[in-house]
Design a binder for this molecule. Structure first.
Ligand code: GLN
Length: 483
């Protein structure tokens, strides 16, 4: 069977269960596909082909013996390069960790292994997950499969790209302020940021620990749900995780109330994006959903609050890269202070340095009351507004991102504009809510994908997936880039 690589995870699973194909055959097909296409889209920092084939053989052998297999048995996938896979490098796309080999597995990786999935490689990202475009990577810089002169979005750039380019059916990303949902929207795939505390953060290199959450990316709702079900749940190694079991989803929005907050459709949102998102809302209305206008007034302060809290937490999380314990070490230094200075000056890129400086500033005495503490108050207000809004609706729909994918370098001189693009996604990380980006057509001016975001109540991923599934059925599935 040719083109095994392009199948959905669900179809792969069916064929494997019927023993019409083996995991080795699927994995070989995926490896060939990656070898053929990755020079064009650069989704990976490193490959894990040899182990992948060995693991596929082991799964096939288990199946032949009739042993019980996990939910993802024999299906290939990729994980973002900030998630530890023991024995493979975890680089965070940074010079600082370019040669760092993970000494243990993240819980997500343990869960993937327990479900017999086949990890084929580590996907590239913005350096330390700081960014929205993928351009801040210091290793591979992924390209958008729909137009390789354009950004794929970030920071889970490679995970989005490997799915969009049909190299693997699904992949794991992480999302601190939109890093799953933004690249999903830019590349025309689906991406879910689960409720904070749903997926363990253990073994994932932190950006802002109070926002970080790992989640799945896929080309259809069923695959996304399959991967989410395999990685979620309580973990004693991550105290914020909750006893959570994902209990599936439906496909009808009849009687569901969808809130539409006016603050998310302001001037900064490109007209083409607004049009497509409104069309998606109309589609859901035609399927029986009730549309309700709502307001989330604190949204205008969300960006400031996010970057203050994110940078503060990032600055302290990144304090560990001192050249002594692990990672890159500056050379020709004569004393410890010099070692810190050289290591951090040479090991980190500009975006990382900018955030460490901002974060250190907003936490310093004299400034912490004016910035950090006020940002934390705004966080409470925003969360309270969502709680209030959810009294009148089941889910909320917004654009996933205000723009469509731009050309590499186009916004290089203007980090503030790039930060501003995150406005639709960051509010969910601030409030700890789940959200998902779903493709909803294209911007006709550049033929790049547009995504809409479905926001749910805490731990109600099932509502989000129900809406997404209903939409997917109504539009007859999502476009896949032929490549
Ligand atoms: N663009 C956001 C930032 O740079 C998102 C980061 C993320 O979600 N990892 O902080």
């Amino acid at each position: 069977m040719d083109k095994l690589y392009s199948l959905s995870a669900k179809s792969m699973k069916e064929l494997l269960e019927k023993r019409e194909v083996s995991s080795v055959e699927i994995t070989k097909s995926v490896i060939e596909r990656i070898e053929k296409t990755d020079k064009d889209v650069c989704a990976y920092n490193s490959y894990n082909f040899e182990n992948a084939l060995k693991n596929a053989e082991a799964v096939d052998a288990k199946r032949a013996k009739g042993e019980t297999l996990g939910a993802l048995a024999g299906i290939p996938l990729a994980v973002k390069d900030n998630i530890h896979v023991k024995g493979l490098k975890t680089t965070c796309s940074s010079k600082m960790l370019e040669n760092f080999v993970a000494p243990f597995n993240a819980t997500v990786t343990d869960k993937l292994n327990a479900s017999d999935a086949i990890i084929v490689g580590k996907t590239t990202m913005d350096e330390f997950a700081m960014g929205s475009s993928g351009e801040s990577s210091k290793l591979a810089v992924a390209k958008n499969p729909w137009d390789t002169s354009r950004i794929p979005g970030g920071s889970s750039s490679g995970s989005a790209v490997t799915v969009a380019a049909s190299q693997v059916p699904f992949a794991m990303g992480t999302d601190t302020g939109g890093s799953i949902r933004m690249p999903a929207a830019y590349t025309g795939v689906l991406g879910l940021k689960p409720t904070y505390g749903t997926v363990s953060r253990y073994g994932i290199i932190p950006l802002a620990s109070s926002f970080d959450q790992a989640g799945p990316m896929a080309r259809n709702v069923d695959d996304l749900a399959m991967l989410f079900g395999a990685v979620c749940g309580r973990d004693t190694k991550d105290a914020v995780t909750k006893n959570y079991t994902f209990d599936g989803y439906g496909d009808s929005v009849k009687g569901m109330k969808i809130g539409v907050p006016k603050e998310y459709y302001g001037e900064g949102v490109q007209p083409a994006v607004k049009e497509r998102v409104f069309e998606a809302i109309e589609t859901l209305k035609a399927q029986g959903a009730e549309i309700i206008d709502i307001s989330l007034p604190s949204t205008e302060y969300a960006l400031a609050a996010y970057y203050i809290i994110c940078c503060a937490e990032a600055a302290s999380n990144l304090g560990r890269y001192d050249g002594l314990r692990y990672g890159f070490r500056g050379s020709n230094t004569s004393n410890v202070e010099d070692l810190y200075l050289t290591t951090r000056s040479e090991g980190f890129g500009d975006e990382v340095k900018r955030r460490i400086m901002l974060g250190t500033c907003v936490l310093s005495s004299g400034y912490s009351d004016a910035y950090y503490k006020r940002a934390k108050l705004l966080q409470q207000n925003l969360a309270a507004e969502f709680t209030e809004a959810f009294k009148s609706c089941d889910v909320i729909i917004t654009p996933s991102i205000a723009l469509t994918a731009w050309k590499f370098g186009e916004k290089a001189g203007n980090p503030a504009e790039v930060y501003a693009a995150d406005i639709c996604t960051i509010t969910l990380n601030i409030a700890g809510l789940p959200g998902m980006s779903v493709p909803c057509g294209f911007d006709s001016s550049n033929n790049m994908p547009v995504g809409f975001q479905i926001i749910g109540k805490k731990f109600r991923e099932s509502d989000i997936l129900t809406v997404a599934k209903c939409y997917e059925n109504a539009v007859g599935g999502f476009a896949v880039k032929e490549f």
